[in-house]
Design a protein around this ligand. Structure first.
Ligand SMILES: NC(=O)c1ccc[n+]([C@@H]2O[C@H](COP(=O)([O-])OP(=O)(O)OC[C@H]3O[C@@H](n4cnc5c(N)ncnc54)[C@H](OP(=O)(O)O)[C@@H]3O)[C@@H](O)[C@H]2O)c1
Length: 226
């Protein structure tokens, strides 16, 4: 079934690859990024149903503008993929710079939160609405260590948001978190084990397979512990 699927942070890395796979599967993809010209240049070779919108997930005005533009363009959105994210320095909680902590929380937690709120009416107009939050194993409660404290905190919190939204939206919108693995992107670096194709796979699967549970955490198409 063809779906309307919105992806944040779509101009590079895992987000761009998710867009490629979804367009190739015939879905209507709404690709968003801070730099729309860069986004367009990265996706010119794609043949399919692709819309481009500018979006900075940390900026409430940018989110409001996107919401209004989408409301004028599409009757509904089936899937919101909250992919945009940043990583922090390798500091533990005691040495973390609070300015950096705020930036991480603003992008990785408040971004998905704000966008989910804004797009809820468009999602609820779908027969099978879904939110896919791209989290990380570094935000898994059982695996917490001191390194990259700001990043880990943002992803643990994103996982908590997933559980809370899944509970509030039960029967209306399915909400899941997923870890893409350690992926060769600007963030993951050249030594990462997974290709972008592998990193995008579970997000595409959660967005398009027929029946999915809600309020769960996935990696490699399998449920993993929080
Ligand atoms: N790579 C890994 O090994 C790995 C592992 C676990 C989880 N993840 C998660 O997977 C997601 C994608 O990571 P990636 O590896 O593809 O990272 P990446 O290559 O660094 O790409 C990050 C994307 O997020 C966008 N972005 C950052 N801040 C934004 C903002 N305020 N508004 C809109 N877009 C913004 C970037 O846009 P600009 O080009 O404008 O900066 C870029 O498109 C992230 O949530 C990350 O935490 C990655």
């Amino acid at each position: 079934m063809k779906r309307n699927i919105l992806v944040t942070g779509a101009n590079r890395g895992i987000g761009l690859e998710i867009v490629k796979q979804l367009v190739n599967e015939g879905h209507q993809v709404i690709a968003t990024a801070r730099d729309i010209e860069k986004l367009k240049s990265k996706t010119t070779s794609l043949k399919g149903n692709l819309l481009h919108f500018s979006l900075d997930v940390t900026d409430p005005a940018s989110v409001a503008l996107l919401k209004n533009s989408l409301t004028d363009t599409l009757p509904f959105i089936d899937v919101l993929i909250n992919n945009a994210g940043i990583i922090s320095s390798n500091q533990g909680p005691m040495a973390s710079d609070m300015k950096e902590v705020r930036a991480l929380i603003s992008t990785n937690l408040l971004g998905p939160w704000r966008l989910s709120q804004a797009l809820l009416p468009l999602l609820e107009a779908s027969q099978d609405a879904r939110i896919v939050n791209i989290s990380s194993g570094m935000g898994a409660w059982d695996d917490l260590t001191a390194s990259h404290a700001a990043y880990r905190m943002s992803k643990v919190s994103l996982n908590a948001l997933t559980v809370m939204m899944a509970s509030e939206l039960e029967g209306r919108v399915t909400v899941n978190s997923m870890c893409p693995g350690w992926v060769k992107t600007d963030m993951g670096g050249p030594n990462a084990q997974q290709s972008v194709e592998q990193g995008a796979d579970t997000a595409v699967w959660l967005s398009t397979r027929e029946h999915i549970p809600t309020g769960k955490f996935f990696r490699d198409r399998k449920e993993i512990p929080w």
